[in-house]
Design a protein around this ligand. Structure first.
Ligand SMILES: *[C@@H]1O[C@H](CO)[C@@H](O)[C@H](O)[C@H]1NC(C)=O
Ligand SMILES: *[C@@H]1O[C@H](CO)[C@@H](O)[C@H](O)[C@H]1NC(C)=O
Ligand SMILES: *[C@@H]1O[C@H](CO)[C@@H](O)[C@H](O)[C@H]1NC(C)=O
Ligand SMILES: *[C@@H]1O[C@H](CO)[C@@H](O)[C@H](O)[C@H]1NC(C)=O
Ligand SMILES: *[C@@H]1O[C@H](CO)[C@@H](O)[C@H](O)[C@H]1NC(C)=O
Length: 387
């Protein structure tokens, strides 16, 4: 692997930051084992824990740490009863956030030999729910029923479409209707949320335009919230891994990714990170700040897309600058030698008025899986380069 000179310098610099006692320990597994010693380690079927455990699983896999992988595997296994019931999940409650666990289950179903029938039943139930799932008049899945009817959020694209696509690639690879349905979800977001000038996307839109925040023409919410864009960027990268190249949707998704990658590069702060609220004129404002979860998601998205041939290698510098910032600023060393993760905003919702004041008023939370998980994703990509 040939790295550009600057990126190499950054990589070297990153390694130096690892400091004496820790130099032998990669950040991905270090963060993973740290989290397993914290109260946040508790697994449940919700997306925050699922993203955290995907980080642990990725770290364990890259570094071939079998005890760590076994921990992740049994955590996911504990969510599914022997009869295939996903414990605590109600098939009649529609929330895209609750679909995300399907990715964790599919990963272990596949990597453990595709023989666990309980996993196959659990993912089939999640997939079946999508067939009855409430949709906007143009066919977009509602973010949640009934709280967010007729609304699509960027977050939901990651929660549902990464599962929908991976499931389809395993069980129904010839189902063109499903593939087109997946691409349509992205198309709708693009039509309503993408700002053609900045290249960035609003957090979501309301097709009925009834929400207080909805733009009267597009239905879009007023601001570009960094984590929503982070989920969306990762969703494009993950779905393109499995989307059939022969179908027309592939080229559209590729174009969405390419355009977003360019826009994100432009929006990157000199420090290497990205602002919580990314639309003008907010970046740089005193009340705004560089937020860690989206910075991790963008870093991962770039590196995985480069590794898999979806984006040009020139973006590596963008990603490594961001990685360097995370290690310096958001990875905290605890006195007992574990790591903590900082700078992740607790939540961002379109429940209220979607205003700038709302977003910046949400507190930060420490050791948040929505940030630490993607940091582990990004770390495994950086460590794969170093290997
Ligand atoms: C190490 O310290 C951190 C931060 O105080 C704490 O969350 C964690 O539980 C501690 N781990 C152990 C093994 O004591
Ligand atoms: C593997 O993970 C375990 C935690 O499950 C940790 O205690 C151990 O240090 C890790 N081993 C290596 C070589 O990283
Ligand atoms: C499956 O097993 C779980 C846990 O043991 C139980 O709660 C549930 O009722 C069972 N479902 C069916 C359909 O048997
Ligand atoms: C193919 O996908 C569509 C759309 O999700 C679904 O309605 C249909 O049941 C699927 N067909 C098969 C054979 O699984
Ligand atoms: C789109 O982005 C441009 C450039 O940042 C900005 O001037 C414009 O207000 C944005 N449009 C909307 C609808 O947010």
């Amino acid at each position: 692997m040939h790295l550009p000179a600057l990126a190499l310098a950054i990589l070297t610099c990153t390694t130096n930051i690892l400091a004496a006692p820790a130099a032998t320990q990669p950040y991905s597994t270090w963060m993973a084992t740290s989290f397993l010693s914290k109260p946040q380690r508790k697994i449940d079927r919700h997306y925050v824990a699922n993203v955290l455990y995907e980080g642990i699983q990725k770290a364990a896999t890259l570094h071939q740490n079998s005890s760590l992988l076994a921990t992740a595997s049994s955590a996911i296994s504990s969510l599914v009863a022997e009869n295939g019931t996903l414990l605590g999940w109600d098939p009649n409650y529609y929330s895209l956030d609750d679909i995300r666990v399907g990715n964790n289950i599919l990963y272990f179903w596949d990597s453990e030999g595709r023989k666990a029938t309980k996993y196959q039943k659990a993912v089939a139930a999640l997939r079946e729910q999508l067939n009855q799932y409430p949709r906007t008049p143009s066919g977009g899945f509602w973010h949640r029923n009934p709280s967010y009817k007729n609304q699509m959020w960027l977050d939901g694209i990651y929660m549902a479409e990464t599962f929908y696509a991976t499931y389809t690639s395993y069980f129904e690879p010839e189902n063109t209707t499903a593939w087109e349905d997946i691409a349509r979800q992205f198309d709708l977001i693009e039509t309503h949320c993408r700002n053609k000038t900045s290249g960035l996307l609003a957090h979501g839109y309301d097709e009925s335009k009834k929400a207080v925040w909805a733009d009267p023409v597009t239905g879009a919410s007023p601001h570009v919230w960094d984590r929503a864009v982070g989920w969306y960027f990762m969703a494009l990268v993950e779905v393109l891994q499995v989307y059939p190249q022969k179908l027309a949707g592939y080229a559209r998704l590729e174009n969405y990714l390419t355009a977003l990658a360019a826009a994100l590069k432009k929006a990157q702060d000199a420090s290497g990170g990205w602002w919580l609220i990314m639309d003008e004129p907010y970046p740089g404002m005193e009340s705004n700040y560089i937020e860690s979860s989206a910075t991790a998601m963008f870093t991962y998205g770039y590196l995985k897309a480069i590794r898999t041939g979806l984006l040009e290698a020139s973006y590596q510098e963008t990603a490594l600058r961001a990685y360097n910032l995370m290690v310096e600023k958001f990875v905290k060393r605890d006195a007992n030698g574990t790591l903590s993760w900082e700078g992740t905003v607790e939540v961002g919702s379109l429940d209220g008025d979607g205003s700038y004041e709302y977003y910046i008023g949400v507190p930060l939370s420490e050791n948040d899986g929505k940030g630490a998980g993607p940091f582990m994703f990004a770390s495994t990509e950086v460590e794969a380069l170093q290997k």
